[in-house]
Design a protein around this ligand. Structure first.
Ligand code: NDP
Ligand code: A1CAB
Length: 268
């Protein structure tokens, strides 16, 4: 079993570590790094893993998973890059940053894999997209899949699609939570107690998601089955169309994709 280090175990890094432990990855094969000592202590106590400095993690691990914010990746790589021994696999979780950015900071020949996952990894329902960067072989991709498959679904995509993936499934959970929040408010407007509105919409979201996955039907077909002629649903759909909700999603995802591009441009 390989040793995996998570550099910058913040929100997403912790989700990954907890998922690997749930999947049976041995705690003594996991390392984490953190910038703040109190965070390091918290992770060590919570998961029983070693939290070490970046250089130790780089030397001891086989897979170096970069989970710092894209804005912090340059400083981390400037520190580690020149000292990186051969034979390590670098897996980036950073939104926007192309593998070419990593290659510029790392010794020639270092394999890099770019990954975009999402927070439902916490309940083993992540959507993880994996792309080969420079020097990444089939074996490196298989190893990355081995890390992420227990956390949900994985797919391979060309790296050119990763900014779109980031906008769609990387950020996607936030859009669903936003929708649930808005629908709960709507329930309150209609006179339901907050908790009742919340419970109704959460179960409706789960039921709809399971139907989407398990029926294999097109969403239009599933929506039609709910939308009775001259019934209630079509009145709501007309309002959603009048308020440009579909167009808002198109614009929102373009904005997220553009931000991923900006992060890459700013990182140099
Ligand atoms: N959150 C999400 O849903 C997703 C995030 N991502 C990507 O994952 C990455 C992490 O995001 P997220 O977890 O939300 O961010 P967080 O800020 O929660 O985590 C990043 C962590 O890295 C630490 N850090 C920064 N620099 C260093 C360093 N040099 N050495 C050690 N630790 C360091 C930070 O420390 P400090 O606490 O001091 O700031 C922080 O704890 C990003 O690149 C993001 O694009 C990808 C998909 C989904
Ligand atoms: O908001 C962000 O930048 C990160 C990347 C995808 C989800 N969260």
């Amino acid at each position: 079993m390989r040793t995996i280090a998570v550099f910058g175990a913040g929100k997403l890094g912790e989700v990954l570590l907890s998922g690997l432990l749930r999947a049976g990855w041995s705690a003594d094969r996991l390392l984490a790094t953190a910038r703040r000592p109190e965070r390091a202590q918290e992770l060590a106590e919570r998961y029983g893993i070693k939290v070490v400095d970046n250089e130790t993690a780089m030397l001891e691990a086989d897979v170096l998973t970069v989970a710092v914010k894209p804005q912090d990746a340059g400083a981390l790589l400037a520190d580690l890059g020149p000292k990186l021994p051969a034979g390590k696999l670098v897996v980036s979780l950073c939104a926007g940053l192309p593998t070419a950015f990593f290659a510029r900071h790392l010794p020639e020949g270092t394999p890099v894999v770019r990954v975009m996952t999402n927070t439902p990894a916490l309940v083993d329902e992540a959507m993880t997209a994996i792309s080969a960067g420079p020097h990444a072989t089939a074996e490196h991709l298989a190893l990355t899949e081995e890390m992420f498959r227990p956390l949900g679904r994985t797919i391979r995509v060309p790296e050119s699609q990763q900014d779109a993936v980031t906008a769609l499934s990387g950020s996607g959970p936030a859009y669903f939570y936003f929708l649930v929040e808005a629908m709960t408010d709507a329930g309150i407007l209609l006179g339901l107690p907050r908790q009742v509105a919340h419970d109704l919409i959460v179960q409706t979201a789960i039921g709809s998601a399971v139907m989407l996955r398990e029926s294999g039907e097109h969403p239009v077909k599933l929506r039609e089955a709910v939308t009775s002629p001259a019934g209630t649903t079509i009145n709501a759909i007309r309002e959603l169309e009048n308020h440009g909700v579909r167009a808002a999603f198109l614009a929102a995802l373009e904005a997220a994709r553009d931000r991923a591009r900006e992060l890459a441009a700013q990182s140099g």
